[in-house]
Design a protein around this ligand. Sequence first.
Ligand code: ADP
Ligand code: MG
Length: 332
Amino acid sequence: MRGIQVKNFGISFGNMEILKNLSFDVKEGEIVTILGPSGSGKSTILRSIASLQTHYEGEIYLNETCLLNHHSSCHKEIGYIFQDYALFPHLNVKENIGFALYSLSKVEKQRRVDELLKQFDLVEHRNKQIHELSGGQQQRVSIARVIAYNPRILLLDEPFSNLDSILRNKTKLWLKDVIKNLGLSAILVTHDQKEALSISDKIGVIQNKTLVQFSTPQELYHHPINLYVAKFLGDINILPKEVVDHFNLKIKTDQTPIIRTHHCKISQNMTPFKMCVDKLSYCGDYFEVTLTFQEIIKTHITLNVDTTFELHDKKNIYLEIDPKDILLVNTI
Ligand code: ADP
Ligand code: MG
């Protein structure tokens, strides 16, 4: 298989085990995201694939060649985009982009750099020093510098974490286009589920030092393997007893009934679920509303409601739940 295969990967630092028994494939042309909280070992996986870290268990294959055995010949295929960009502060934009092109003649190098400056919308900044650029421009330079030497595999460590939210959205779509147009295989690591859902062909979720689920964004979102994955992929409500009883749900002892927040709606009509507004939080386009059942204050449901809706504390409303939106997931 062309692409990357990670097989039974494990790593410890001292006596601290960070990851164990982790396996996944990245086929040629695929974007795979590894999603996990801070400190779960995401950067360590990328460092190991780039052979910057070699004391691990298991094997990593690049186009069916084991990296540990053929380290030196494979690393040219890999481009690594670091979280902090790792640009050379003493070189200007042009020099940073051309840095790895030492094997080209002066004329060829110039042509390649000009091509990349255009492609990455950096022509007017070509003579600037790195500290004179915005975060978004620095990131484009860091990607151009790597693309310059035509890697087949891109490793991206939290590539959007230093960008503000508007730029982050734009950059996500742009980067996906760059990767797909060049037909690269990419592994991206992030703790941000929205990023993962929108950019990836496949996502792997780290829980308890290993990958608990590895599948398409749609599959992960609609069929999470457990409560942890469900929560990591988006806001959920654990359904209170009133709802479970009403729909007569048959729940096994190791299962939890959940519903995505966006599937909970306020009904214009009477429903079996009469609720009381407990907390109201204004979020611009919508209110985040916490509802409680009339008498039992302990159970609550959170949902988002259009701000045109008349709402105030203690107002009574009816909650609408479609039983087909209820998921039963493993608790652990
Ligand atoms: P993430 O990228 O998911 O935030 P990292 O891969 O950076 O996580 O780190 C995972 C854990 O491994 C952290 O607890 C970190 O302190 C530890 N770690 C990473 N690299 C080293 C190292 N070279 N030596 C010792 N501990 C390390
Ligand atoms: Mg990291």
